[in-house]
Design a protein around this ligand. Structure first.
Ligand SMILES: *[C@@H]1O[C@H](CO)[C@@H](O)[C@H](O)[C@H]1NC(C)=O
Ligand SMILES: *[C@@H]1O[C@H](CO)[C@@H](O)[C@H](O)[C@H]1NC(C)=O
Ligand SMILES: *[C@@H]1O[C@H](CO)[C@@H](O)[C@H](O)[C@H]1NC(C)=O
Length: 356
């Protein structure tokens, strides 16, 4: 009797799990289809034939935007007002060709390559897996010898997918925007390649390193976004050459001084970010580009930098509010092992930018 009940509940558990699995699969497919419906043309076809990779791409852009927000917190343009859909549809800031767009393009295409590669390594995508190319043994001077093993990140697959998915198709009109976008997307993905590293693990009895196994690993998304933030500061202004076949640096020679004709290598380096338009001042909202303006932004009264009230508020002035926060205080370490704190009131002054 008991055995029968056990068997019955066991069977029903399996049935329930199967139903649950089916529901989850259906939900993922619905989610993927909804995402694909944002897309057009090439992208749409690509997405429908690899719906799960489409979801990876979306996640990659989500991560990229999160990084963008954290790298621009103290700027007038703080990366909010850009949605994931904007990135895939080239809307709002993504339809401009200014310095901020160049960052967005690069960090998004890197984010897609990164997330695809990560999901491939995890083994959750049918189309791809680990990179089996690194093989054999390696030595570095002064290092124990080691051998390739484990799961190396297959960044080539992720990068190719990002190219197919994020770049404007070669059949589209070859405008200045087209070249700028392709250039920045590529520059973003190059950061991944330039920061590929290896991670190693020792195997052996009681911590000895008898066998050392290594695999190729990608940089973290944070490191990629930080590097691109640096490139953003040094972005290069470009225009189309006379034949409209490639980008050239906009000459910044002093007026009246002839540019050096022999210096024909005016191409921006492939690892630089490039832009074609000067940025707006980002002071006022502009819904065409999803710019929110700086009305209501917190600023630092004593700083003369970008987070300072004079720069942040564009000369409109700021409001001052006294704030009272609950903060942890008088924390004590209690043996063993936790920390006990009181709650205290902390007064501080908040400055926020005025509107017009
Ligand atoms: C422009 O194109 C023509 C022929 O298509 C070629 O002869 C010329 O060298 C090109 N000029 C530049 C600056 O690329
Ligand atoms: C970014 O700016 C917008 C308005 O311009 C503001 O609502 C938002 O809180 C800001 N985000 C951060 C993280 O400061
Ligand atoms: C405000 O700016 C000053 C000067 O740059 C700096 O010392 C201070 O830490 C800043 N305050 C905040 C809250 O960031």
């Amino acid at each position: 009797m008991i055995a029968r009940v056990c068997l019955l509940s066991f069977v029903s558990l399996i049935v329930l799990a199967a139903i649950d699995g089916q529901r989850r699969t259906r939900q993922i497919n619905e989610d993927a289809n909804r995402f694909c419906s944002w897309l057009k043309g090439n992208k749409l076809r690509n997405c429908l034939s690899h719906p799960l990779l489409g979801l990876s791409a979306r996640e990659g852009v989500e991560e990229a935007l999160k990084e963008c927000r954290s790298h621009f917190t103290d700027r007038r343009w703080n990366c909010s007002g850009v949605t994931i859909a904007d990135v895939f549809q080239n809307e709002r800031m993504l339809k401009a060709d200014n310095r901020e767009s160049s960052y967005l393009q690069a960090v998004s295409s890197a984010g897609v390559a990164h997330q695809i590669t990560r999901d491939c390594s995890k083994g959750t995508r049918e189309e791809c897996g680990c990179d089996n190319r690194p093989q054999g043994r390696g030595t570095a001077p002064g290092e124990l010898s080691w051998e390739w093993g484990g799961c190396s990140d297959d960044f080539r697959y992720g990068i190719q997918f990002s190219k197919d998915f994020m770049d404007p198709s070669r059949s589209s009109e070859k405008s200045l925007s087209y070249y700028v976008r392709r250039h920045n997307n590529d520059a973003g993905r190059r950061v991944i390649i330039s920061k590929m590293d290896k991670t190693c693990k020792c195997h052996g009895v009681s911590g000895s390193c008898t066998v050392k196994v290594c695999w190729r690993t990608m940089p973290k998304m944070k490191a990629i976004a930080t590097e691109l933030r640096r490139k953003y500061e040094h972005a290069i202004k470009v225009k189309l050459n006379r034949n409209k076949t490639k980008l050239t640096r906009l000459s910044r020679g002093r007026r009246g001084r002839k540019s050096n004709k022999r210096n024909s290598n005016r191409r921006p380096s492939s690892s630089s970010l490039v832009y074609a338009e000067d940025s707006p001042d980002f002071c006022k909202p502009d819904s065409r580009y999803g710019i929110l303006g700086t009305h209501g932004r917190s600023c630092n009264k004593t700083s003369s930098g970008t987070a300072g009230c004079s720069q942040m508020c564009c000369g409109r002035g700021y409001n001052t509010v006294n704030r009272l926060d609950d903060v942890k205080c008088n924390c004590q370490f209690i043996w063993c092992c936790h920390v006990k704190c009181d709650w205290c009131k902390k007064e501080w002054v908040q400055h926020t930018c005025k509107g017009d």
